[in-house]
Design a protein around this ligand. Structure first.
Ligand SMILES: Cc1cc2nc3c(=O)[nH]c(=O)nc-3n(C[C@H](O)[C@H](O)[C@H](O)COP(=O)(O)OP(=O)(O)OC[C@H]3O[C@@H](n4cnc5c(N)ncnc54)[C@H](O)[C@@H]3O)c2cc1C
Length: 497
């Protein structure tokens, strides 16, 4: 019997021995060929261990642009160095003091080493790395530099690590979902998977690594562990529905403990248009509902709380927007305000945003332009009288010099008065649910007594402990930075088993 009341937490009956058609063994069996699983496989192979990867899909998984770490040699070369204690305070604040501090500190202390390890490989392969400079510099929340981006995006990085792993003899079995773990005594010693030829046993001499991603493709688990995620549009990203919390369940069946619910959700606010900046935001009823000077994560929360049937809003700006955005960069910025991929060597300009906006206006689906506010209200389908009253009230607050409705900073209160007027649709979108099995600093899965389950490891979103309640954007891209760090450290930890 499982310690959890959930239906999915009850272990299934074992697969009868006569139905297991093949058997194979390696030092390490990794379940999941995503960012963290491939990193763990490569790191373990570099330690001279034999590795098998089992992957549910027909191909590996890779997505995203930003990999966030506390420091790196690239940062030091550019004179950008984070004070880890400061970063730590922000992470802890966002996780409302519920993250495991040892695990968090492990990421902060060791992500530099992991990134340098990766940079050695990308440099050798000729994949250019750069530092993102589009982090927020305002007062409402804190973001730190440390976001790395690579030519070809995260896909190029994962592909490179997979190629290097294959060169080191790592074997990958696609279309082979891991189904359950087997134990010998207390130790996890094998994975039963559904291979292309039938059920197969993969024995792991040193350890099994759960790297199966998050639970967002499993509605039942999401409702039990991260109910907020059900409000959010999650079909914009690929592979849709593939991560069904399999590693979480297998880990629980084998005695592992999940971090406490609710799991944090990683959401961003730009499910529709490319930018939102800091301008007046109205909901589908034409009303203002938040201080728009908030992180993309927090704007998502505000927005999905508006109206579950219409979880989106519109950023309203006027002819002055380009100058106003340029002026705001010294005390604002960050994702969807600055450009997503601006590197430290490129000066800010609104050209990219303008080109994107023009294209969106031409398509007429997420951005609109109008000569009057009445016409704009009609185009976006909000009640005209409410919308006009909202703009009037907002302008009044601008002129009065104090936002007594939502406390937005004076510098960011800009009047909506000079035609043409613009509306950009924004809305929350779920990227992932980064909560999972509790781990220690050696990536070992812990049981209810906080003791390691021998032979069982978890990395990436199958693992928990580092985040709680809310996802911190404190170093943008820290989830992939964590996947990198955990994968790298896990390979090293396995060598010590
Ligand atoms: C569009 C998008 C953009 C993003 N951008 C960023 C970003 O810029 N920065 C950032 O930090 N984060 C970003 N994220 C989040 C980030 O991509 C994930 O957090 C990260 O990829 C998780 O890595 P992972 O290794 O844990 O899981 P995944 O990369 O999802 O890999 C899990 C793998 O396990 C496989 N699998 C599942 N079940 C089984 C099973 N039973 N047996 C075998 N295999 C199985 C899956 O098929 C998959 O290949 C983004 C997410 C999305 C959707």
């Amino acid at each position: 019997m499982s310690n959890y009341p959930y239906r999915w937490a009850q272990p299934p009956a074992p697969i009868p021995e006569d139905q297991i058609v093949s058997e194979m063994s390696a030092d390490v069996v990794v379940c999941g060929a995503g960012f963290s699983g491939i990193t763990a496989a490569l790191s373990a192979a570099e330690q001279g261990l034999s590795v098998i990867i089992l992957e549910k899909g027909r191909d590996f998984a890779a997505r995203g642009l930003h990999i966030g770490v506390s420091n790196s040699r690239l940062m030091r070369e550019r004179g950008v160095v984070n004070d880890i204690d400061e970063v730590r305070r922000e992470f802890i604040r966002v996780s409302t003091y519920r993250a495991d501090e040892d695990v968090l500190q492990n990421y902060l202390n060791r992500s530099e080493e992991a990134m340098d390890w990766l940079l050695d490989k990308t440099d050798a392969a000729g994949i250019a790395a750069s530092l993102n400079t589009g982090y927020y510099r305002g007062w409402s929340y804190r973001e730190f530099p440390g976001t790395h981006q690579f030519e070809g995006g995260v896909y190029a990085v994962v592909k490179l690590m997979l190629d290097l792993a294959l060169e080191k003899g790592v074997r990958v079995f696609y279309s082979t979902p891991a189904l359950m773990l087997e134990k010998t005594g207390e130790r996890v010693t094998a994975v039963i998977a559904n291979g292309t030829e039938g059920y197969a046993r993969f024995r792991a001499l040193k350890g099994v690594v759960l790297a199966t991603g998050d639970i967002s493709g499993n509605k039942e688990m999401t409702a039990d562990l991260a109910p907020e995620a059900l409000h959010v549009n999650n079909d914009l990203y690929t592979p849709v529905g593939r991560n069904t919390g399999d590693g979480h369940r297998m880990g629980v069946w084998a005695g592992g403990r999940l971090q406490d619910a609710p799991f944090p959700c990683m959401t961003h606010s730009m499910a529709f248009g490319g930018h939102m900046f800091f301008f007046l935001g109205v909901n589908q009823s034409g009303r203002r509902y938040m201080n728009e000077d908030a992180s993309p994560q927090n704007r998502s929360c505000y927005t999905w709380n508006q109206d579950p049937e219409h979880p989106w809003g519109y950023a309203i700006m006027d002819a002055k927007w380009k100058q106003e955005v340029a002026d705001s960069m010294a005390y604002g910025g960050g994702m969807f305000w600055d450009w997503v991929l601006r590197d430290i060597d490129t000066p800010f300009s609104t050209d990219m945003a303008e080109r994107g906006l023009e294209k969106e206006i031409e398509e007429g689906k997420v951005s609109w332009k109008a000569d009057t506010l009445e016409e704009l209200a009609e185009k976006i389908g909000v009640p005209k009288d409410v919308f006009l009253a909202t703009v009037e009230r907002y302008n009044q607050l601008v002129y009065q010099g104090h936002d007594t409705d939502y406390g937005k900073r004076r510098e960011l209160m800009t009047a909506v008065c000079r035609p043409p007027f613009y509306a950009i649709k924004f809305g929350p979108s779920l990227l992932t649910i980064p909560g999972g099995l509790t781990i220690d600093t050696k990536l070992r899965v812990l049981n209810e007594k906080k003791q390691p389950v021998p032979g069982l490891f978890a990395v990436g979103n199958a693992s928990g402990s580092i985040y709680a309640v809310d996802y911190p954007l404190s170093i943008p891209g820290n989830d992939l930075g964590r996947c990198l760090t955990w994968g790298y450290l896990c390979g090293r930890a396995l060598a010590e088993e």
